[in-house]
Design a protein around this ligand. Structure first.
Ligand code: SAM
Length: 288
């Protein structure tokens, strides 16, 4: 079965009474080489489990099933489930679950798989909800080996941006705390059905087995990053005093200097590690 063939896709959709649902970000991949490339590069082991978010009609799922021990696929759209029963019929290593990933208890769903071996995530994500899904996966604290996602090209640029560049944002700094992101390749809109308005890119995140640094207070660490980027045009002391009303402007300036920066620096220049140093000083001040 070739799910990258437009005619095959149309036939399956007609047979199961399906239509592309914009509200679920349904743009199905139709280039076999791209699908194989994603499945080949999403992790470095074949003896583990892949969590796929949004299998659609199973195009990427089939390639994942061919390469990995187990595949667990979470699909929000109930109407796709019977079609997936048909397209994945020849595999006994796949479990399809009709759930919204944002509501699903992924720790419970994946618990038996984590006991068996490494678990990675591989997904052509619905673009309307990329960042919330990525944040949910990272904040879950689950020991994923890799998270490989196809996302909007501009979002991919943000994830791999260097501190100080215009693409660098809060999501970059937060992501750098959990792991290292690498942009694998770009995929043009013509390789999807229907084609989206933007180009896409595949990003692979290697999660740290042990984080190289740990903030004294994780909440304050994330608050520090949020404050710095919410007021991106302001100097860092000004941005911090808006984000931490309990600290005076003078105190924020002193803490920024104590962290080794000039008081006119903007938050976008700080790496995750530098945010952590600053957040630890803020924590000390707040908790004193
Ligand atoms: N994997 C398929 C492919 O590559 O051709 C489909 C990818 S399509 C961009 C996104 C898929 O995610 C759709 O099947 C859509 O129904 C599903 N989806 C959207 N929101 C979701 C959510 N919150 N939870 C689970 N699946 C979701």
């Amino acid at each position: 079965m070739n799910l990258c063939d437009a005619k095959t896709v149309k036939n399956i959709m007609t047979a199961y009474g399906l239509h592309f649902r914009k509200e679920f970000g349904q743009n199905f991949l139709t280039n076999k080489m791209v699908v194989e490339d994603i499945a080949d590069n999403c992790t470095d082991t074949a003896d583990g489990t892949i969590l796929e978010i949004g299998p659609g009609i199973g195009t990427l799922t089939r390639e994942l099933c061919l390469r990995h021990k187990n595949v667990v696929a979470l699909e929000i759209d109930k109407s796709l489930i019977p079609a997936l029963g048909y397209t994945l019929n020849d595999f006994d290593n796949v479990t399809v679950i009709n759930e919204d990933v944002m509501k699903a208890d992924i720790a419970t769903i994946l618990a038996p798989y984590f006991e068996e071996g490494p678990v990675s995530v591989c997904a052509n994500l619905p673009y309307y909800i990329t960042t919330p899904i990525l944040m949910k996966l990272l904040e879950s604290g689950l020991p994923f080996r890799y998270i490989t996602i196809m996302i909007q090209s501009e979002v991919a640029d943000r994830l791999v941006a260097k501190a100080g560049s215009s693409a660098y944002g809060a999501i970059t700094a937060v992501l750098n705390y959990y792991g290292e992101a690498e942009r694998l390749f770009t995929v043009s809109a013509g390789h999807f059905m229907p084609p989206p308005k933007v180009n896409s890119a595949v990003v692979r995140i290697k999660l740290y087995e042990e984080k190289p640094y740990q903030p004294q207070n994780e909440k304050i660490f994330f608050r520090t990053i949020k404050a710095a980027f919410e007021q991106r045009r302001k100097t860092l002391p000004n941005a911090l005093s808006s984000g931490f009303p309990e600290l005076s402007k003078e105190k924020c300036t002193a803490l920024v200097e104590l962290a080794g920066h000039r008081p006119d620096i903007r938050g976008e220049r700080l790496s995750a590690k530098e945010f952590l140093t600053l957040a630890d000083l803020i924590t000390k001040e707040i908790e004193a």
